[in-house]
Write a new protein. Structure first.
Lengths: 363, 196
Protein backbone atom coordinates (compact mmCIF):
# COMPACT_ATOMS: atom_id res chain seq x y z
CA UNK A 1 0.00 0.00 0.00
CA UNK A 2 2.74 2.41 1.01
CA UNK A 3 4.54 1.69 -2.27
CA UNK A 4 1.51 2.55 -4.31
CA UNK A 5 0.91 5.66 -2.26
CA UNK A 6 4.56 6.72 -2.65
CA UNK A 7 4.55 6.29 -6.38
CA UNK A 8 1.16 7.92 -6.79
CA UNK A 9 1.88 10.92 -4.63
CA UNK A 10 5.30 11.52 -6.16
CA UNK A 11 3.86 11.18 -9.63
CA UNK A 12 1.03 13.50 -8.63
CA UNK A 13 3.41 16.07 -7.24
CA UNK A 14 5.71 16.09 -10.26
CA UNK A 15 2.73 16.24 -12.60
CA UNK A 16 1.39 19.20 -10.65
CA UNK A 17 4.79 20.93 -10.83
CA UNK A 18 5.12 20.20 -14.52
CA UNK A 19 1.61 21.46 -15.19
CA UNK A 20 2.34 24.60 -13.21
CA UNK A 21 5.49 25.20 -15.24
CA UNK A 22 3.67 24.62 -18.50
CA UNK A 23 0.97 27.08 -17.56
CA UNK A 24 3.65 29.51 -16.45
CA UNK A 25 5.47 29.09 -19.73
CA UNK A 26 2.28 29.66 -21.68
CA UNK A 27 1.69 32.95 -19.90
CA UNK A 28 5.18 34.15 -19.13
CA UNK A 29 7.37 33.14 -22.06
CA UNK A 30 4.87 34.14 -24.70
CA UNK A 31 6.23 37.34 -26.17
CA UNK A 32 3.88 37.32 -29.14
CA UNK A 33 5.02 38.09 -32.65
CA UNK A 34 8.00 40.46 -32.82
CA UNK A 35 9.41 42.35 -35.74
CA UNK A 36 12.90 41.33 -36.86
CA UNK A 37 14.31 44.07 -39.07
CA UNK A 38 17.45 43.40 -41.07
CA UNK A 39 19.60 46.22 -42.50
CA UNK A 40 17.08 49.02 -41.88
CA UNK A 41 14.03 47.69 -43.67
CA UNK A 42 15.80 45.68 -46.35
CA UNK A 43 14.32 42.43 -45.13
CA UNK A 44 11.60 42.83 -42.50
CA UNK A 45 10.55 39.56 -40.87
CA UNK A 46 7.91 38.58 -38.33
CA UNK A 47 9.09 36.00 -35.83
CA UNK A 48 7.77 34.42 -32.65
CA UNK A 49 9.31 36.03 -29.59
CA UNK A 50 11.06 33.98 -26.92
CA UNK A 51 13.54 32.25 -29.23
CA UNK A 52 17.15 33.22 -29.79
CA UNK A 53 18.10 35.56 -32.58
CA UNK A 54 20.28 32.86 -34.18
CA UNK A 55 17.53 30.24 -34.33
CA UNK A 56 14.99 32.78 -35.61
CA UNK A 57 17.40 33.77 -38.38
CA UNK A 58 18.05 30.11 -39.22
CA UNK A 59 14.31 29.48 -39.38
CA UNK A 60 14.15 32.24 -41.99
CA UNK A 61 17.07 30.76 -43.94
CA UNK A 62 19.61 33.37 -42.94
CA UNK A 63 22.68 31.39 -42.01
CA UNK A 64 25.00 33.18 -39.62
CA UNK A 65 28.26 31.25 -39.19
CA UNK A 66 28.21 29.21 -36.00
CA UNK A 67 30.48 26.31 -35.16
CA UNK A 68 29.06 25.34 -31.77
CA UNK A 69 25.38 25.16 -32.71
CA UNK A 70 24.25 28.07 -30.53
CA UNK A 71 25.86 27.04 -27.27
CA UNK A 72 27.80 30.27 -26.93
CA UNK A 73 31.21 28.63 -27.06
CA UNK A 74 32.62 29.47 -30.51
CA UNK A 75 31.96 33.22 -30.78
CA UNK A 76 31.39 33.04 -34.56
CA UNK A 77 27.81 34.34 -34.69
CA UNK A 78 28.62 38.01 -34.07
CA UNK A 79 26.20 40.45 -35.66
CA UNK A 80 25.28 44.07 -35.03
CA UNK A 81 22.09 44.58 -33.00
CA UNK A 82 21.19 48.26 -33.21
CA UNK A 83 18.23 48.09 -30.86
CA UNK A 84 15.98 45.65 -29.03
CA UNK A 85 18.70 43.24 -27.93
CA UNK A 86 18.86 44.19 -24.25
CA UNK A 87 22.14 44.53 -22.37
CA UNK A 88 25.22 42.46 -23.19
CA UNK A 89 25.04 39.20 -21.22
CA UNK A 90 27.81 37.72 -19.09
CA UNK A 91 27.80 34.73 -21.44
CA UNK A 92 28.81 37.01 -24.31
CA UNK A 93 31.51 39.15 -22.74
CA UNK A 94 34.33 36.59 -23.10
CA UNK A 95 33.90 36.72 -26.89
CA UNK A 96 33.49 40.46 -27.39
CA UNK A 97 36.20 43.11 -27.17
CA UNK A 98 35.41 46.58 -25.80
CA UNK A 99 35.53 47.92 -29.33
CA UNK A 100 33.02 45.32 -30.50
CA UNK A 101 30.69 46.06 -27.60
CA UNK A 102 30.79 49.75 -28.49
CA UNK A 103 29.97 48.82 -32.09
CA UNK A 104 26.83 46.99 -30.80
CA UNK A 105 28.13 43.56 -31.78
CA UNK A 106 26.36 40.67 -30.06
CA UNK A 107 26.41 36.89 -30.17
CA UNK A 108 23.24 36.01 -32.08
CA UNK A 109 22.92 32.71 -30.20
CA UNK A 110 22.66 34.46 -26.81
CA UNK A 111 20.31 37.32 -27.70
CA UNK A 112 16.71 36.37 -27.03
CA UNK A 113 13.98 38.11 -28.99
CA UNK A 114 11.63 39.78 -26.50
CA UNK A 115 10.57 42.84 -28.46
CA UNK A 116 10.98 44.33 -31.93
CA UNK A 117 14.63 43.97 -32.81
CA UNK A 118 16.80 45.75 -35.38
CA UNK A 119 19.94 44.04 -36.67
CA UNK A 120 22.57 44.58 -39.33
CA UNK A 121 23.91 41.63 -41.27
CA UNK A 122 26.65 41.91 -43.94
CA UNK A 123 25.24 41.48 -47.47
CA UNK A 124 27.50 38.44 -47.94
CA UNK A 125 25.74 36.56 -45.17
CA UNK A 126 22.30 37.21 -46.66
CA UNK A 127 23.46 35.26 -49.72
CA UNK A 128 24.40 32.24 -47.64
CA UNK A 129 22.32 29.15 -48.47
CA UNK A 130 21.86 25.65 -47.13
CA UNK A 131 23.14 23.18 -49.73
CA UNK A 132 22.42 19.50 -50.28
CA UNK A 133 25.12 17.64 -52.15
CA UNK A 134 26.22 14.17 -53.19
CA UNK A 135 29.71 12.75 -52.75
CA UNK A 136 31.15 12.25 -56.22
CA UNK A 137 34.51 10.93 -55.18
CA UNK A 138 36.91 10.56 -52.30
CA UNK A 139 40.66 10.52 -52.87
CA UNK A 140 43.45 9.93 -50.38
CA UNK A 141 46.01 12.71 -50.68
CA UNK A 142 48.29 11.57 -47.86
CA UNK A 143 48.10 9.06 -45.02
CA UNK A 144 45.68 11.32 -43.07
CA UNK A 145 44.33 13.83 -45.60
CA UNK A 146 41.46 13.14 -48.00
CA UNK A 147 40.04 15.16 -50.86
CA UNK A 148 36.24 14.99 -50.93
CA UNK A 149 34.45 16.03 -54.09
CA UNK A 150 30.81 17.06 -53.68
CA UNK A 151 28.35 17.66 -56.52
CA UNK A 152 25.64 20.14 -55.56
CA UNK A 153 22.03 18.98 -55.79
CA UNK A 154 19.93 21.71 -54.24
CA UNK A 155 20.63 24.57 -54.99
CA UNK A 156 22.61 23.30 -57.97
CA UNK A 157 25.23 26.05 -58.03
CA UNK A 158 27.23 28.01 -55.46
CA UNK A 159 28.57 31.47 -56.16
CA UNK A 160 31.62 32.20 -54.06
CA UNK A 161 34.90 34.10 -54.00
CA UNK A 162 38.14 32.11 -53.98
CA UNK A 163 39.25 31.48 -50.40
CA UNK A 164 35.78 31.31 -48.88
CA UNK A 165 34.62 28.40 -46.76
CA UNK A 166 31.48 26.36 -46.07
CA UNK A 167 30.14 24.94 -42.81
CA UNK A 168 29.67 21.20 -43.14
CA UNK A 169 26.91 19.67 -41.05
CA UNK A 170 28.17 16.54 -39.29
CA UNK A 171 25.85 14.26 -37.32
CA UNK A 172 26.61 14.08 -33.59
CA UNK A 173 24.87 12.29 -30.69
CA UNK A 174 22.96 15.35 -29.40
CA UNK A 175 22.41 17.48 -32.44
CA UNK A 176 24.34 18.04 -35.67
CA UNK A 177 27.47 20.18 -35.41
CA UNK A 178 28.82 22.56 -38.04
CA UNK A 179 32.51 22.73 -38.90
CA UNK A 180 34.21 25.12 -41.30
CA UNK A 181 36.05 23.80 -44.36
CA UNK A 182 37.45 25.93 -47.17
CA UNK A 183 36.38 25.27 -50.75
CA UNK A 184 39.38 23.95 -52.69
CA UNK A 185 37.74 23.62 -56.09
CA UNK A 186 37.98 26.71 -58.31
CA UNK A 187 35.23 29.28 -58.66
CA UNK A 188 34.62 28.40 -62.33
CA UNK A 189 33.20 25.01 -61.30
CA UNK A 190 30.07 26.33 -59.56
CA UNK A 191 28.37 22.94 -59.27
CA UNK A 192 31.31 21.36 -57.42
CA UNK A 193 32.65 21.86 -53.91
CA UNK A 194 35.87 20.08 -53.04
CA UNK A 195 37.16 19.88 -49.49
CA UNK A 196 40.58 18.93 -48.15
CA UNK A 197 40.05 17.18 -44.84
CA UNK A 198 42.71 16.11 -42.40
CA UNK A 199 41.64 13.39 -39.98
CA UNK A 200 41.76 14.74 -36.42
CA UNK A 201 41.73 11.85 -33.93
CA UNK A 202 38.42 12.12 -32.06
CA UNK A 203 37.21 15.00 -34.25
CA UNK A 204 33.47 14.80 -34.98
CA UNK A 205 33.42 16.41 -38.40
CA UNK A 206 36.71 15.08 -39.79
CA UNK A 207 35.83 11.52 -38.72
CA UNK A 208 32.45 11.89 -40.40
CA UNK A 209 33.94 13.30 -43.60
CA UNK A 210 36.62 10.60 -43.73
CA UNK A 211 33.93 7.91 -43.43
CA UNK A 212 31.99 9.19 -46.48
CA UNK A 213 31.58 7.03 -49.56
CA UNK A 214 30.57 7.86 -53.10
CA UNK A 215 26.88 8.89 -53.44
CA UNK A 216 26.46 9.70 -49.73
CA UNK A 217 24.55 12.92 -49.04
CA UNK A 218 26.22 15.89 -47.34
CA UNK A 219 24.60 19.11 -46.10
CA UNK A 220 26.44 22.37 -45.66
CA UNK A 221 25.87 26.13 -45.48
CA UNK A 222 27.94 28.78 -47.18
CA UNK A 223 29.78 30.58 -48.51
CA UNK A 224 31.46 32.45 -45.66
CA UNK A 225 34.77 34.26 -45.34
CA UNK A 226 36.55 37.53 -45.82
CA UNK A 227 39.20 36.59 -48.38
CA UNK A 228 39.13 39.10 -51.25
CA UNK A 229 41.42 38.74 -54.25
CA UNK A 230 42.75 42.04 -55.59
CA UNK A 231 41.43 42.66 -59.11
CA UNK A 232 44.53 44.56 -60.21
CA UNK A 233 46.62 42.03 -62.21
CA UNK A 234 49.87 43.88 -61.50
CA UNK A 235 49.65 42.90 -57.83
CA UNK A 236 51.56 39.71 -57.13
CA UNK A 237 49.66 37.06 -55.15
CA UNK A 238 51.52 35.15 -52.45
CA UNK A 239 49.91 31.98 -51.08
CA UNK A 240 51.39 30.32 -48.02
CA UNK A 241 50.04 27.15 -46.48
CA UNK A 242 51.09 24.58 -43.93
CA UNK A 243 49.97 21.11 -42.89
CA UNK A 244 46.58 20.64 -44.50
CA UNK A 245 46.00 24.39 -45.04
CA UNK A 246 45.76 23.97 -48.78
CA UNK A 247 42.10 24.22 -49.75
CA UNK A 248 41.57 28.01 -49.99
CA UNK A 249 44.97 28.42 -51.66
CA UNK A 250 44.29 25.87 -54.38
CA UNK A 251 41.00 27.61 -55.14
CA UNK A 252 42.72 31.00 -55.34
CA UNK A 253 45.51 29.77 -57.63
CA UNK A 254 43.33 27.94 -60.15
CA UNK A 255 40.75 30.73 -60.23
CA UNK A 256 43.49 33.29 -60.70
CA UNK A 257 45.16 31.54 -63.66
CA UNK A 258 41.83 31.02 -65.40
CA UNK A 259 41.25 34.77 -65.31
CA UNK A 260 44.79 36.20 -65.61
CA UNK A 261 47.04 33.59 -67.33
CA UNK A 262 50.12 35.82 -66.91
CA UNK A 263 49.61 37.12 -63.41
CA UNK A 264 52.52 36.59 -61.05
CA UNK A 265 51.82 34.24 -58.16
CA UNK A 266 53.96 32.32 -55.69
CA UNK A 267 52.96 29.34 -53.61
CA UNK A 268 54.87 28.33 -50.48
CA UNK A 269 53.75 25.17 -48.75
CA UNK A 270 55.19 23.68 -45.57
CA UNK A 271 55.05 19.96 -44.75
CA UNK A 272 56.82 17.79 -42.23
CA UNK A 273 58.03 14.87 -44.32
CA UNK A 274 57.75 13.57 -47.88
CA UNK A 275 54.79 11.53 -46.62
CA UNK A 276 52.79 14.74 -46.14
CA UNK A 277 53.30 16.20 -49.61
CA UNK A 278 50.22 16.48 -51.81
CA UNK A 279 49.12 18.36 -54.96
CA UNK A 280 52.79 19.05 -55.78
CA UNK A 281 52.53 17.37 -59.21
CA UNK A 282 49.39 19.35 -60.09
CA UNK A 283 51.06 22.62 -59.19
CA UNK A 284 54.28 21.77 -61.07
CA UNK A 285 52.18 21.08 -64.15
CA UNK A 286 50.41 24.42 -63.70
CA UNK A 287 53.80 26.12 -63.36
CA UNK A 288 54.90 24.61 -66.69
CA UNK A 289 51.81 26.09 -68.36
CA UNK A 290 52.13 29.48 -66.61
CA UNK A 291 55.77 30.55 -66.24
CA UNK A 292 54.71 33.38 -63.91
CA UNK A 293 53.67 30.79 -61.30
CA UNK A 294 56.31 29.59 -58.81
CA UNK A 295 55.94 26.68 -56.41
CA UNK A 296 58.05 26.09 -53.33
CA UNK A 297 57.41 23.18 -50.97
CA UNK A 298 59.48 23.06 -47.77
CA UNK A 299 59.97 20.10 -45.42
CA UNK A 300 60.41 20.95 -41.75
CA UNK A 301 61.47 17.53 -40.38
CA UNK A 302 64.89 15.98 -40.97
CA UNK A 303 64.95 13.72 -44.00
CA UNK A 304 64.69 10.00 -43.27
CA UNK A 305 67.22 7.55 -44.69
CA UNK A 306 65.15 6.49 -47.68
CA UNK A 307 63.56 9.89 -48.39
CA UNK A 308 64.57 11.80 -51.49
CA UNK A 309 64.03 15.56 -51.57
CA UNK A 310 65.81 18.27 -53.49
CA UNK A 311 63.53 21.16 -52.49
CA UNK A 312 63.65 23.56 -49.56
CA UNK A 313 64.01 22.42 -45.97
CA UNK A 314 63.18 24.12 -42.67
CA UNK A 315 60.01 25.94 -41.66
CA UNK A 316 58.06 27.59 -44.44
CA UNK A 317 58.61 31.19 -43.28
CA UNK A 318 62.34 30.74 -43.89
CA UNK A 319 61.66 29.84 -47.53
CA UNK A 320 59.38 32.86 -47.83
CA UNK A 321 62.13 35.06 -46.46
CA UNK A 322 64.64 33.57 -48.89
CA UNK A 323 62.57 33.78 -52.08
CA UNK A 324 60.80 37.14 -51.81
CA UNK A 325 62.64 40.32 -52.68
CA UNK A 326 61.18 43.36 -50.91
CA UNK A 327 59.40 46.27 -52.52
CA UNK A 328 56.93 44.54 -54.88
CA UNK A 329 53.20 45.22 -54.63
CA UNK A 330 51.72 42.05 -53.22
CA UNK A 331 48.71 40.49 -51.61
CA UNK A 332 49.12 37.46 -49.35
CA UNK A 333 46.81 34.59 -48.36
CA UNK A 334 47.85 32.43 -45.42
CA UNK A 335 46.34 29.19 -44.20
CA UNK A 336 47.81 27.03 -41.47
CA UNK A 337 48.46 26.61 -37.76
CA UNK A 338 48.73 29.79 -35.61
CA UNK A 339 52.54 29.68 -35.04
CA UNK A 340 53.08 29.46 -38.80
CA UNK A 341 50.70 32.36 -39.46
CA UNK A 342 52.49 34.44 -36.86
CA UNK A 343 55.98 33.72 -38.18
CA UNK A 344 54.98 34.25 -41.81
CA UNK A 345 53.10 37.48 -41.07
CA UNK A 346 56.24 38.91 -39.49
CA UNK A 347 58.34 38.00 -42.54
CA UNK A 348 55.75 39.44 -44.96
CA UNK A 349 55.55 42.72 -43.07
CA UNK A 350 59.35 42.96 -43.17
CA UNK A 351 59.06 42.58 -46.94
CA UNK A 352 56.77 45.60 -47.04
CA UNK A 353 53.30 44.04 -47.37
CA UNK A 354 50.80 46.14 -45.39
CA UNK A 355 48.73 44.21 -42.78
CA UNK A 356 45.51 44.98 -44.72
CA UNK A 357 46.77 42.94 -47.64
CA UNK A 358 47.55 39.86 -45.55
CA UNK A 359 44.56 37.53 -45.24
CA UNK A 360 44.73 34.44 -43.07
CA UNK A 361 42.81 31.39 -41.90
CA UNK A 362 44.04 29.96 -38.63
CA UNK A 363 43.16 26.52 -37.35
CA UNK B 1 14.42 23.54 19.32
CA UNK B 2 10.91 24.87 19.42
CA UNK B 3 11.67 27.63 21.94
CA UNK B 4 14.52 29.33 20.03
CA UNK B 5 13.28 32.50 18.38
CA UNK B 6 13.43 32.84 14.60
CA UNK B 7 15.70 35.87 14.91
CA UNK B 8 18.28 33.90 16.91
CA UNK B 9 18.17 31.13 14.31
CA UNK B 10 18.64 33.70 11.58
CA UNK B 11 21.72 35.20 13.25
CA UNK B 12 23.11 31.77 14.05
CA UNK B 13 22.63 30.60 10.47
CA UNK B 14 24.73 33.50 9.27
CA UNK B 15 27.57 33.38 11.79
CA UNK B 16 27.89 30.35 14.04
CA UNK B 17 26.28 27.79 11.76
CA UNK B 18 27.17 29.18 8.35
CA UNK B 19 25.96 26.57 5.91
CA UNK B 20 29.01 27.01 3.70
CA UNK B 21 31.78 27.44 6.22
CA UNK B 22 30.64 24.97 8.88
CA UNK B 23 28.71 22.44 6.82
CA UNK B 24 30.67 22.88 3.59
CA UNK B 25 27.59 22.80 1.42
CA UNK B 26 27.41 24.60 -1.92
CA UNK B 27 31.15 24.44 -2.43
CA UNK B 28 31.15 24.00 -6.21
CA UNK B 29 29.52 27.29 -7.11
CA UNK B 30 31.35 28.92 -4.19
CA UNK B 31 34.71 28.05 -5.75
CA UNK B 32 33.60 28.56 -9.34
CA UNK B 33 31.83 31.93 -9.06
CA UNK B 34 33.90 33.76 -6.46
CA UNK B 35 36.26 35.44 -8.90
CA UNK B 36 34.60 38.85 -8.81
CA UNK B 37 32.60 40.66 -6.15
CA UNK B 38 29.90 41.67 -8.63
CA UNK B 39 29.26 38.08 -9.67
CA UNK B 40 29.33 36.95 -6.06
CA UNK B 41 26.73 39.53 -5.05
CA UNK B 42 24.46 38.40 -7.90
CA UNK B 43 24.75 34.74 -7.07
CA UNK B 44 24.49 35.41 -3.32
CA UNK B 45 21.25 37.36 -3.78
CA UNK B 46 19.78 34.66 -5.97
CA UNK B 47 20.72 31.93 -3.49
CA UNK B 48 19.26 33.88 -0.56
CA UNK B 49 15.97 34.38 -2.37
CA UNK B 50 15.64 30.81 -3.58
CA UNK B 51 16.73 29.33 -0.26
CA UNK B 52 14.17 31.32 1.72
CA UNK B 53 11.37 30.49 -0.68
CA UNK B 54 12.15 26.80 -1.09
CA UNK B 55 12.55 26.28 2.66
CA UNK B 56 9.07 27.72 3.18
CA UNK B 57 7.62 25.72 0.28
CA UNK B 58 9.26 22.51 1.41
CA UNK B 59 8.05 23.13 4.97
CA UNK B 60 4.50 23.26 3.70
CA UNK B 61 4.89 20.20 1.50
CA UNK B 62 6.64 18.21 4.23
CA UNK B 63 4.17 18.98 7.00
CA UNK B 64 0.95 19.07 5.01
CA UNK B 65 1.53 16.34 2.42
CA UNK B 66 4.39 14.02 3.26
CA UNK B 67 3.80 13.59 7.02
CA UNK B 68 0.01 13.12 6.90
CA UNK B 69 0.43 10.51 4.15
CA UNK B 70 3.30 8.83 5.99
CA UNK B 71 5.66 9.42 3.07
CA UNK B 72 8.63 11.03 4.84
CA UNK B 73 10.94 8.54 3.09
CA UNK B 74 10.28 10.53 -0.09
CA UNK B 75 11.64 13.72 1.45
CA UNK B 76 14.82 13.91 -0.63
CA UNK B 77 13.34 13.34 -4.04
CA UNK B 78 10.35 15.57 -3.40
CA UNK B 79 12.53 18.40 -2.12
CA UNK B 80 14.78 18.15 -5.15
CA UNK B 81 11.81 18.23 -7.53
CA UNK B 82 10.29 21.22 -5.74
CA UNK B 83 13.57 23.14 -5.82
CA UNK B 84 14.12 22.45 -9.52
CA UNK B 85 10.58 23.44 -10.46
CA UNK B 86 10.70 26.55 -8.31
CA UNK B 87 13.97 27.74 -9.82
CA UNK B 88 12.60 27.25 -13.30
CA UNK B 89 9.47 29.17 -12.42
CA UNK B 90 11.42 32.03 -10.87
CA UNK B 91 13.62 32.23 -13.93
CA UNK B 92 10.63 32.61 -16.22
CA UNK B 93 8.92 35.05 -13.89
CA UNK B 94 11.93 37.29 -13.43
CA UNK B 95 12.73 37.21 -17.14
CA UNK B 96 9.25 38.44 -17.94
CA UNK B 97 8.64 41.03 -15.25
CA UNK B 98 12.04 42.35 -14.35
CA UNK B 99 14.44 42.10 -17.27
CA UNK B 100 16.97 44.14 -15.31
CA UNK B 101 17.03 41.69 -12.43
CA UNK B 102 17.03 38.85 -14.95
CA UNK B 103 20.15 40.14 -16.62
CA UNK B 104 21.79 40.51 -13.22
CA UNK B 105 20.74 37.09 -11.88
CA UNK B 106 19.72 35.28 -15.04
CA UNK B 107 22.65 32.99 -15.60
CA UNK B 108 23.00 32.20 -11.91
CA UNK B 109 19.49 30.87 -11.46
CA UNK B 110 20.06 27.58 -13.32
CA UNK B 111 23.24 27.10 -11.28
CA UNK B 112 21.18 27.18 -8.10
CA UNK B 113 19.16 24.10 -9.07
CA UNK B 114 22.21 21.98 -8.40
CA UNK B 115 23.45 23.93 -5.38
CA UNK B 116 23.46 21.44 -2.52
CA UNK B 117 23.20 24.21 0.08
CA UNK B 118 19.59 24.80 -1.01
CA UNK B 119 18.66 21.16 -0.46
CA UNK B 120 20.76 21.19 2.70
CA UNK B 121 18.76 24.05 4.20
CA UNK B 122 15.48 22.23 3.58
CA UNK B 123 16.83 19.03 5.13
CA UNK B 124 18.21 20.82 8.22
CA UNK B 125 14.79 22.33 8.68
CA UNK B 126 13.33 18.81 8.83
CA UNK B 127 16.07 17.32 11.00
CA UNK B 128 15.96 20.18 13.49
CA UNK B 129 12.19 20.15 13.67
CA UNK B 130 11.73 23.87 13.05
CA UNK B 131 8.34 25.55 13.22
CA UNK B 132 7.12 27.53 10.23
CA UNK B 133 8.51 30.88 11.42
CA UNK B 134 11.79 29.28 12.47
CA UNK B 135 12.08 27.64 9.05
CA UNK B 136 11.59 30.92 7.30
CA UNK B 137 14.20 32.55 9.54
CA UNK B 138 16.59 29.68 9.00
CA UNK B 139 16.16 29.65 5.24
CA UNK B 140 16.74 33.39 5.00
CA UNK B 141 19.69 33.30 7.41
CA UNK B 142 21.36 30.33 5.71
CA UNK B 143 21.03 32.09 2.36
CA UNK B 144 22.45 35.32 3.76
CA UNK B 145 25.27 33.36 5.37
CA UNK B 146 26.12 31.71 2.08
CA UNK B 147 26.03 35.10 0.35
CA UNK B 148 28.28 36.67 3.00
CA UNK B 149 30.77 33.83 2.64
CA UNK B 150 30.96 34.00 -1.15
CA UNK B 151 31.22 37.81 -1.18
CA UNK B 152 34.05 37.70 1.39
CA UNK B 153 35.76 35.06 -0.68
CA UNK B 154 35.37 37.09 -3.88
CA UNK B 155 36.93 40.08 -2.16
CA UNK B 156 39.85 37.98 -1.01
CA UNK B 157 40.33 36.43 -4.42
CA UNK B 158 40.31 39.84 -6.09
CA UNK B 159 43.11 40.85 -3.75
CA UNK B 160 44.93 37.58 -4.32
CA UNK B 161 44.95 38.19 -8.06
CA UNK B 162 47.71 40.72 -7.44
CA UNK B 163 49.70 38.77 -4.90
CA UNK B 164 52.65 36.55 -5.46
CA UNK B 165 51.39 33.01 -4.89
CA UNK B 166 53.80 30.08 -5.23
CA UNK B 167 53.04 28.28 -8.48
CA UNK B 168 51.79 24.95 -7.09
CA UNK B 169 49.19 26.82 -5.00
CA UNK B 170 47.77 29.03 -7.73
CA UNK B 171 44.10 28.69 -8.62
CA UNK B 172 41.93 26.20 -6.74
CA UNK B 173 44.50 25.13 -4.09
CA UNK B 174 44.88 28.65 -2.69
CA UNK B 175 41.10 29.09 -2.87
CA UNK B 176 40.69 25.99 -0.71
CA UNK B 177 43.30 27.19 1.78
CA UNK B 178 41.67 30.61 2.01
CA UNK B 179 38.25 29.00 2.50
CA UNK B 180 39.75 26.99 5.33
CA UNK B 181 41.17 30.09 7.02
CA UNK B 182 37.85 31.86 6.50
CA UNK B 183 36.01 28.94 8.12
CA UNK B 184 38.37 29.03 11.10
CA UNK B 185 37.78 32.77 11.42
CA UNK B 186 34.04 32.11 11.58
CA UNK B 187 34.67 29.68 14.44
CA UNK B 188 35.38 32.82 16.45
CA UNK B 189 31.64 33.44 16.48
CA UNK B 190 30.99 30.08 18.19
CA UNK B 191 29.25 30.50 21.52
CA UNK B 192 27.66 33.81 20.53
CA UNK B 193 24.38 32.05 19.88
CA UNK B 194 23.87 28.38 19.41
CA UNK B 195 21.58 26.12 17.48
CA UNK B 196 22.05 22.43 16.99
Amino acid sequence: MVYLLSVLSFAGLTTALAALLMVAERWLVNYGVCKLDINAGEKPLEVDGGRTLLSSLYANEIFIPSACGGKGTCGHCKIIVTSGGGPVLPTETPYLSRKEIRANLRLACQVKIREDIYVRIPEDLLDVRMFTSTVQGVRELTHDIKEIRLRLDEPSEISHRPGQYVQVQAPAPDEPVFRAYSISSPVYEPDIVELVVKLVPGGIASTYLHSLKTSDTVHFTGPFGEFRLNDDPSVEVICIGGGCGMAPIRNIIYTLYKRWPDRSCRLFFGCRTTRDIFYLNQFEELARKHPSFHVVYALSDKLGKDEKWDGETGFVHLSVDKHLEPGVRRQAFLCGPPPMIEAVTRVLQDKGIPPNDIFYDEF
Amino acid sequence: MSETSALVILIAAIFTNNILLTNFLGMCSFIACSGQIRTAVGLGTAVTFVMTATTILNFAIYHFILIPLGLDHLTFIVFIAVIAAFVQFVEMFVERFSPKLYFALGIFLPLITVNCAILGASLFMVIRNYTFVQSAGFGFGAGLGWAVAIILMAGLRQKMAYSNIPQPFQGVPIAMIVTCVLAMAFMGFAGMVSIQ
